[in-house]
Design a protein around this ligand. Structure first.
Ligand code: ADP
Ligand code: NI
Length: 234
């Protein structure tokens, strides 16, 4: 009898958690509906789906992975006066409002606070497997064909030059430096995108990053061939 009750409780929590994920999807879609900076709903959708894929392979907690992935860019620092705690604050309020257990909220907000890339010389070490997975999924979306498209979308939004041969890529030793810097989109490839492959946390993430990294490198090769007007069949 006791076991039946326990099972019932677990089933009810499972259903409640699923409906929390469903409500969160609707909330995030609404919040990010008008974003045109590369942080739109479809970025969240891809990160969420990739995170679920990795979490199944790595046997992580799917509730935590999904909610953290869905909420990780809900109020990005780049569009909130450099406030890198804004997303976690908004996420915390939302998760409290839907009645999620406190210790799960703390875990999710900790992931959201740490997940962002903060410069080549700054560590963003994730503490748990769920955090490692969300970070890998987010970083994978900055690589490959989609990552390249997002970088130019962001560069256009910020009125950055596509490329300037007189400007060198910068090594950012602190988050403050990274935040302040306004370089070119091509330099961003060297300041962030090409570094991501070696920063992957999980073996599934590493595998996925390999092809996207290669594609990103091939893209740069072609870019500079064209820039320098070297014949492609030379
Ligand atoms: P994420 O959403 O993966 O955490 P970011 O918030 O750092 O990534 O950036 C969003 C997108 O904009 C990413 O694809 C990233 O590479 C790109 N981006 C960020 N900063 C720059 C920049 N200075 N120049 C060009 N693209 C950038
Ligand atoms: Ni993101």
């Amino acid at each position: 009898m006791k076991l039946d009750l326990l099972q019932q409780h677990i089933d009810t929590m499972g259903q409640t958690h699923q409906s929390m994920i469903d409500e969160t999807i609707i909330y995030v879609k609404k919040m990010l509906a008008h974003d045109n900076t590369g942080h739109d709903w479809w970025h969240i959708h891809r990160v969420w789906q990739t995170a679920v894929y990795i979490a199944r392979k790595e046997k992580a907690n799917l509730l935590i992975v999904q909610l953290a992935a869905l909420l990780h860019d809900i109020a990005d620092w780049k569009f909130n006066d450099g406030d890198d705690k804004a997303s976690a604050r908004v996420a915390q309020k939302w998760l409290e409002s839907i009645g999620l257990e406190k210790e799960i909220i703390i875990h999710i907000c900790d992931i959201i606070n740490t997940v962002t890339f903060k410069g080549a010389g700054v560590q963003s070490q994730m503490k748990t497997i769920e955090g490692k997975i969300v970070q890998d999924a987010d970083r994978l979306d900055a690589l490959g064909a989609i990552g390249i498209a997002r970088a130019f979308t962001y560069g256009g939004y910020k009125s950055m030059s596509m490329h300037d041969p007189n400007l060198e890529p910068q090594f950012h030793a602190s988050f403050e430096e990274y935040k302040k810097h306004k370089g070119t989109t091509i330099n961003h490839f060297y300041e962030k995108l090409l570094l991501l492959k070696d920063l992957m946390n999980t073996s599934t993430g590493k595998k996925l990053a390999e092809t996207r990294h290669q594609f990103t490198q091939n893209y740069l090769y072609q870019f500079f061939l064209e820039w320098n007007i070297i014949s492609e069949d030379a």
